[in-house]
Design a protein around this ligand. Structure first.
Ligand code: HEM
Length: 230
């Protein structure tokens, strides 16, 4: 195309937009379902919250309501917190920068160790290694609850952060709520529940070496709204 953006760049942009917008949300939803199936008490709490707002499991799910539900958002944040492996490298610009009183010269590659930040008990207390969605609700794990929301950087931070963050949250809230409202999940016999997260590989996109195996059944009494499971 003359004078415009070259076609090969448009093609590359399209690939970035498609992978960035699909397997990221899908991976986190996989983890949400995994954690909820591994922690039935958390699944029960989430279903209770959803049942209160949406008495018809197959009915419309209002996005404005979904975004206000504390436990639903806690589950999504907690899954992101525990499973974000990114190291997003950045090159220090001309003139260098000062971080914590230390000068870093131009051209140095720097990054944040996201996982360490997400697991540190200075940021998340108590039980920083455990899946506890209630930590995202003020005082949710008792008076000592510490939840440093500012360090959650699954979407990157600052002006180059993920452009699809808001859409991703909407997709995750909607899909997870529909699944929890309509289906019961259980691990099939012999599934290595503790081993599943060890099979996650990150190679710019997330790869599950061990497929998540689940027995999915329609929640008793729920009718209408056929999904791909059926
Ligand atoms: C759970 C879901 C998602 C996660 C964890 C995620 C995470 C990220 C991260 C870490 C970056 C890099 C930020 C940086 O360089 O500092 C990024 C960039 C990007 N994301 Fe997402 N993302 C998600 C969903 C989405 C969705 C749904 C879309 C689009 C519909 C999307 C589109 C993009 C695009 C186009 C970029 C590149 C932006 C740029 O280079 O300026 N992402 N995302």
């Amino acid at each position: 195309m003359e004078g415009g953006i070259p076609e090969n760049q448009l093609e590359l942009d399209a690939v970035v937009a498609m992978t960035a917008g699909s397997d990221t949300t899908a991976s986190n939803l996989t983890f949400c379902v995994y954690f909820l199936t591994a922690h039935p008490d958390c699944a029960r709490e989430l279903r209770q919250e959803l049942d209160k707002e949406f008495p018809n499991p197959a009915g419309m799910l209002d996005m404005d309501i979904l975004q206000t539900l504390p436990y639903l958002n806690g589950v999504i944040h907690e899954s992101l917190r525990l499973t974000t492996p990114y190291f997003m490298p950045r090159e220090v610009p001309v003139g260098g920068i000062v971080v914590d009183d230390r000068f870093i010269p131009h051209g140095t590659d720097i990054t944040i160790a996201t996982n360490s930040q997400h697991m540190s008990e200075e940021n998340f207390y108590p039980d920083p290694l455990a899946f506890r969605p209630a930590r995202w609700i003020p005082g949710g794990l008792g008076p000592e609850t510490k939840t440093n929301k500012n360090v959650l950087c699954s979407f990157g931070l600052g002006e180059y952060a993920c452009i699809g963050k808001m859409l991703a949250y909407q997709e995750m809230r909607h899909t997870l709520s529909r699944l929890v409202l309509m289906y019961d999940f259980a691990f099939p016999e012999g599934f290595d529940v503790a081993g599943f997260p060890q099979g996650m590989q990150y190679t710019r996109s997330t790869y599950f070496e061990i497929p998540l195996r689940l027995k999915v059944t329609r929640r008793p009494g729920v009718t209408g709204f056929k999904t791909a499971f059926e």
